[in-house]
Design a protein around this ligand. Structure first.
Ligand SMILES: Cc1ncc(COP(=O)(O)O)c(C=O)c1O
Length: 290
């Protein structure tokens, strides 16, 4: 029997845009070969930083292109090393749990992070290094932070102040409904840092993600010797080229939506016990609730 694993947020192999990415890589090397094959800028390929900066309405000096968004987590962690403990959601993405030697936790419910519990934790303890949160289509719980709680959390970030790393790799993998404002947008990006990834929308093997941080933190990173963030510059150039080609995101969404129908139907199939589906059809891809 074939096993379908829901443990990781991985695109289906049939949906990887292989021919399109090959074309992007060829064009990137032909157009900008010498730069593409040399060490890149520490903070990432400049045109891609500009493109990301434009999408989020921020100065590109604040954009750090990373080898996947997990590296963005490492980077933020190292920037605030010694500044206190990290608060994570219970449950949270398994990788940060493994990376952190100790952490505090705040529970999730159907409306996302329990902001009352967070406030109690903040009232009773030392100032944390930062809160790591996945407000949209959370991994692994699949829940999305409600708009009311987003506004409260954004207010807390400014009022306390509380540093937040908002990890948002799934926001663009939406099948229906309107996107909610990000914490980053609501708070204005002063105490909220925002990371995302092209792993879920294009391909995880590209290893391209990014984080938007205050300018002084980006500058501090640039000055650090021996850092390897300049790697994978070809993927980054290719990605910029893909943006120029015009993303086939609609096609991908439709394909994923079809697969969502299969998942919902699959629960009811004899191999899953038959009967009514045990979960609602997901509103987005990759994790099984939402
Ligand atoms: C919440 C979350 N953040 C980050 C990542 C890692 O993304 P990347 O491949 O960009 O490192 C994942 C991957 O499953 C994830 O679920």
């Amino acid at each position: 029997m074939e096993t379908i694993s829901f443990a990781r947020g991985v695109p289906a192999p049939q949906l990887l845009p292989i021919a399109e990415l090959a074309d992007c890589a060829k064009t990137a090397i032909e157009r900008d070969g010498a730069a593409a094959l040399l060490y890149g800028h520490t903070l990432g390929y400049q045109p891609l930083r500009e493109w990301i900066g434009e999408r989020h309405g921020v100065d590109p000096v604040r954009v750090v292109v990373t080898n996947g968004s997990l590296q963005a987590f490492h980077f933020v962690l190292s920037a605030f090393a010694g500044a206190g403990r990290v608060i994570v959601e219970r449950p949270t993405y398994d990788r940060p749990r493994k990376i952190l030697s100790g952490f505090d936790e705040v529970a999730l419910d159907d409306g996302g992070l329990d902001v009352d519990e967070l406030e109690r934790l903040l009232d009773g303890g030392e100032r944390p290094a930062f809160l790591y949160t996945i407000p949209t289509f959370q991994n692994p719980a699949g829940v999305t932070l409600s708009e009311e709680r987003r506004r409260r959390l954004a207010e807390l970030a400014s009022a306390r102040p509380l540093r937040i790393l908002e990890d948002d790799p799934y926001g663009l993998v939406r099948f229906e409904g309107e996107p909610l404002p990000t914490l980053f947008e609501l708070e204005g990006g002063r105490n909220v840092m925002y990371s995302s990834s092209f792993s879920k929308t294009i391909a995880p093997g590209l290893r391209v993600g990014y984080v938007i941080v205050p300018e002084e933190i980006a500058t501090g990173l640039e000055a650090r010797p021996g850092d390897r963030r300049g790697r994978h510059v070809r993927s980054r150039r290719g990605l910029r080229r893909r943006a120029e080609l015009g993303p086939s995101r609609l096609q991908l969404r439709l394909a994923r939506r079809d697969r969502r129908g299969c998942i919902a139907a699959g629960w009811a199939s004899p191999c899953c016990g038959g009967g009514e589906p045990a979960v609602a059809a997901p509103r987005r891809g990759l994790q099984s609730r939402g």
